[in-house]
Design a protein around this ligand. Structure first.
Ligand SMILES: [Zn+2]
Ligand SMILES: [Zn+2]
Length: 156
């Protein structure tokens, strides 16, 4: 349970969790359940219902983080930096100079990457790209769109 200070402000314990490590989420959950064991008087049904609501809220908060990051790195345009793809579901965050430069493991992706960007105050060197352009850059070091200037690639 959260402890309340005298003035009624909630006091949370500060935890030094390094979110770039792959098992940080697991450790966080472990600490949480050790500190907040389930009350046996509360029925499991109620417990699951509550858990569902928490998950729903967590999902909404993840969506918000994604939108914040996408808006920042596309100057509010929400489109692919290379081909102009505007379908939000296709948009990803691209490491412009590769992951090695930042020492980012592949596990630091999706929401973990968005949180990292927010926490580090939106560093430069990232851009919004669609899956196609992002993967092409990762594979070839450049996007095929730029190299071919609008021409189609056909099988030989
Ligand atoms: Zn694209
Ligand atoms: Zn492209």
């Amino acid at each position: 349970m959260p402890k309340y200070a005298k003035d009624g402000v909630r006091q949370y314990k500060k935890r030094n969790i390094d979110w770039s490590k792959p098992d940080s989420e697991k450790n966080y959950r472990k600490i949480y359940y050790e500190e907040n064991p389930r009350d046996p008087k509360v029925s499991l049904d109620q417990y699951y219902k509550n858990q569902k609501n928490i998950l729903k809220r967590m999902k909404a908060s993840r969506e918000k983080d994604r939108l914040t990051v996408m808006n920042h790195y596309s100057d509010g345009k929400l489109e692919c930096d290379c081909c102009g793809e505007q379908n939000y579901m296709f948009l990803t965050i691209n490491h412009d100079e590769g992951r090695k430069k930042w020492n980012h493991p592949h596990s630091l992706n999706g929401h973990k990457l968005y949180r990292w960007l927010i926490k580090n105050n939106f560093p430069k060197g990232f851009s919004v790209k669609c899956f196609n352009c992002n993967i092409a850059e990762g594979l070839y070091g450049f996007c095929i769109h730029k190299k071919l200037d609008g021409k189609k690639v056909l099988p030989k």
